[in-house]
Ligand binder design. Structure first.
Ligand code: F6R
Length: 261
């Protein structure tokens, strides 16, 4: 695993946006897997800036979603479909057709889950999957004790995750759905390059468990240890519990291999 320690969230956003831009220069119709939540916003802002500045042509990029709430009415502003359209697809100037995600309002949810895994494979697979991490170590919405081989399916959110996400619903826990569709850990591991971004002290314990702890169903993000090309980008606060922080600084600072340096 490459662990890149950056000074702050903005620097992390810039670094990952440059990795996405480099990918798009190499493969203009790359399939970018995106995450929602607060952490990835600096990435999307930096990538949109690069597109506006003409540093990269993203017009053929394709975007796919990691997860979706179940049961929110269509068009709800906090549905992940609406969020990704607002935060990623529109700022990059992409057509809605360039975007794919699981349908959290489908009548047959298991069929929608299977269909989404199939659609990802038919699209040629995800080239770069951006991930955040929950304070409980989840990736996507694969909560602790998720199968490390899981595919896209319905999951129940932990109370901790619902509390963490209540800020997107006016702080009202009652409004946070209990169920989601999420790419499984096995689905996520199919992506060619995984890039996890974590910022802030609240993520430090989960990051340390992910990077230095044992592979464990209790920490779903530790499954990144199984991937051939996983990059973990952390700010100083999120890196504060890493025993090997100095080694990572020495080895990866400013020269993660995925930048081709
Ligand atoms: C969102 C997702 C989640 C978040 C995680 C961290 O699509 O899959 O795993 O990445 O809950 O959320 P933030 O960034 O808001 O702390």
């Amino acid at each position: 695993m490459e662990v890149v320690i950056v000074p702050d969230a903005k620097a992390g956003g810039e670094l990952i946006a440059e990795a996405m831009a480099a990918l798009l220069r190499r493969k203009p119709d790359a399939l970018l897997g995106v995450a929602t939540g607060s952490t990835p916003l600096p990435v999307y802002e930096a990538l949109a800036r690069k597109v506006r500045a003409g540093e990269v042509d993203a017009s053929r990029a394709r975007v796919c979603q990691l997860d979706e709430y179940v049961g929110l009415p269509a068009g709800h502003p906090e549905s992940y479909r609406a969020t990704v359209l607002r935060e990623v697809v529109e700022p990059l100037g992409l057509p809605e057709a360039s975007f794919m995600g699981p349908d959290g309002s489908a009548e047959d949810l298991p069929a929608a889950c299977e269909g989404y895994d199939r659609a990802l494979a038919e699209a040629g697979g995800v080239d770069l999957q951006l991930l955040g991490i929950g304070t409980d170590g989840h990736i996507g919405f694969n909560e602790p004790c998720s199968s490390l081989a899981s595919r896209t399916r319905i999951k129940t959110l932990t109370q901790q995750t619902r509390v963490d996400n209540a800020r997107f619903f006016d702080g009202d826990l009652e409004q946070v759905p209990h169920h989601v569709i999420t790419q499984g850990i096995g689905t996520i591991l199919d992506a060619r390059h995984l890039v996890l971004l974590a910022t802030g002290e609240g993520k430090a314990e989960a990051v340390a468990q992910t990077v230095e702890g044992p592979l464990s169903a209790l920490v779903p993000a530790s499954a990144l240890q199984l991937h051939r090309h996983a990059t973990v980008v952390v700010d100083e606060a999120a890196a504060s519990k890493l025993k090997l922080a100095d080694y990572f600084r020495h080895t990866y600072a400013n020269k993660p291999s995925w930048q081709g340096l």
